[in-house]
Design a protein around this ligand. Structure first.
Ligand code: SF4
Ligand code: SF4
Length: 445
């Protein structure tokens, strides 16, 4: 067993994994899907279909708009009813297509399977990942083929697979490890072949002991080292996970590749195996639908474009009116005001909270207790930073590394004054980035 290391800070939120025992089910076919055309970081995908086009499941709806981009595939067969927009998790409108299902769910010809993937050219494997539209499914939605293309001056020697799932309510990755371990192992080995690395870690929090055992068993005979990790949020954050497994520190403003590491999420490795070995592009994913207001929390294979409303209905509907709806987990998820939002490639969870579970920000004055400093995994000083941000002193916030904030929520979680610390950090980051962009535009004009 490799040695593991303790990262600075972190918290122990109550684990409310209501759906941990619920096996993954396939969501039934819907009459309509609302498929956003931007489910990735990077250039928007370019639409290839128009109103009234007939389409098949897995057919290309939109092609990548550049190298840092990803194609979009149809979740079922039917007709393009509308080329329009839809509500996104950020509250803005996203370009989207509305698909009316024909109920037959006819599949397009799959991408040619790469049966001999163990000996395939890494470039061919990478090309397949790109054409299958695979992105980071843990939340970041960064196109995977780009992540697997580090520049020559950034040699990679370590692959880290993130099976931590430290968000207190989510169980999708846990169930995937229990139910599809062979496919995950194949996906990990495909990524390792592309990167040419033999140093491979799979990190899993110890509260998923059954998954640790299954993955250890399936990893036998490979170079994958399964590492049980301390249960401490945010153990699954990229920088903290890298430190825990390698003791390497990602420099401020840098990426894992700067210290020879690539991190991949469990769901992405499964999607990679599906694409390479079975020729199936990414048009569905496992999402946890959970929360005490729901009748039957669970984990489902949802097609992209399924509205949250349909997902909640599948979970039996609500037994009490939720006070809050969150896309993702309670610590890092985005609070949304509508269920008319479609499930995207990076949607790991839909969480409903009851009124008793929602605390209100009080925004009292900071009492200088220092708890936020002790818990910030990035070793920032959230309390002092928040005061500067309230006073619009963004240049000071930038100097004090506000851009290193990963919005994990630990500071807000422990603040006895109920200060909206993450919201302050988000505001400052947006402002600092906007100022940098304006300065760059001025310089280039
Ligand atoms: S949200 Fe940002 S400032 Fe707060 S604890 Fe996390 S990294 Fe630190
Ligand atoms: S935890 Fe809250 S009250 Fe304590 S120092 Fe930080 S911001 Fe101030």
């Amino acid at each position: 067993m490799p040695e593991v290391f303790r990262f600075y800070g972190g918290v122990h939120p109550k684990q409310e994994k209501l759906a941990r025992g619920a096996a993954i089910e396939s969501a039934p076919l819907l009459e309509r899907y609302t498929v956003p055309l931007q489910m990735h970081i990077g250039a928007p995908a370019k639409l290839l279909v128009q109103k009234d086009s007939k389409i098949l499941r897995g057919q290309l709806l939109a092609e990548p708009g550049g190298f840092v981009s990803a194609p979009i595939h149809s979740p079922t067969s039917g007709t393009i009813k509308e080329v329009s927009t839809c509500l996104g998790v950020t509250g803005t409108q996203w370009p989207a297509v509305i698909i009316e299902s024909d109920g037959e769910d006819k599949a397009a010809d799959p991408l040619p399977p790469i049966a001999d993937w163990q000996n395939a050219d890494p470039e061919i494997l990478k090309k397949r990942i790109a054409e299958a539209g695979i992105v980071g499914m843990g939340g970041a939605s960064f196109p995977t083929h780009v992540k697997l293309s580090p520049p020559p001056d950034k040699p990679i020697d370590t692959l880290i697979i993130n099976g931590v799932e430290c968000e207190p309510c989510l169980t999708a990755d846990h169930r995937l490890m229990l139910e599809s371990p062979e496919q995950i192992i194949k996906g990990i080995l495909i990524v390792a072949r592309i990167l040419g690395v033999k140093n491979i870690f799979l990190g899993i929090e110890k509260n998923k002991q059954d998954a640790v055992e299954v993955m250890m068993e399936k990893a036998k005979g490979t170079e994958i080292r399964v590492c049980p990790l301390e249960v401490r949020y945010p153990q699954g954050a990229e920088k903290q996970l890298i430190y825990a497994l390698t003791k390497r520190k990602v420099p401020s403003g840098g990426l894992p590749m700067a210290i020879g590491c690539v991190v991949q999420n469990i769901a992405s490795t499964c999607a990679i195996a599906n694409a390479v070995i079975d020729g199936i592009p990414l048009y569905e994913r496992v999402t946890t639908v959970t929360g005490t207001p729901l009748v039957s929390p669970g984990n489902w294979h949802f097609r992209v474009g399924t509205l949250y409303e349909d997902a909640v209905r599948l979970a039996g509907g609500v037994k009490e009116e939720p006070a809050k709806i969150i896309s993702g987990g309670p610590m890092m998820g985005m609070s949304v005001y509508s269920l008319q939002i479609p499930i995207t490639k990076n949607c790991s969870g839909i969480l409903l909270l009851s009124p008793q579970e929602v605390s209100q920000y009080q925004s009292k004055s900071c009492i200088r207790c220092g708890r936020c400093n002790d818990t910030c995994p990035m070793q920032l000083m959230p309390g002092i930073l928040s005061i500067q941000i309230e006073n619009e002193r963004f240049e000071l916030a930038e100097t004090w590394h506000v851009l290193d904030c990963m919005e994990c929520g630990c500071c807000s979680y422990v603040c006895p004054a109920g200060r909206p610390l993450v919201q302050h950090m988000r505001r400052a980051k947006t402002e600092v980035i906007a100022r940098r962009q304006a300065a760059a535009a001025k310089k280039n004009s």
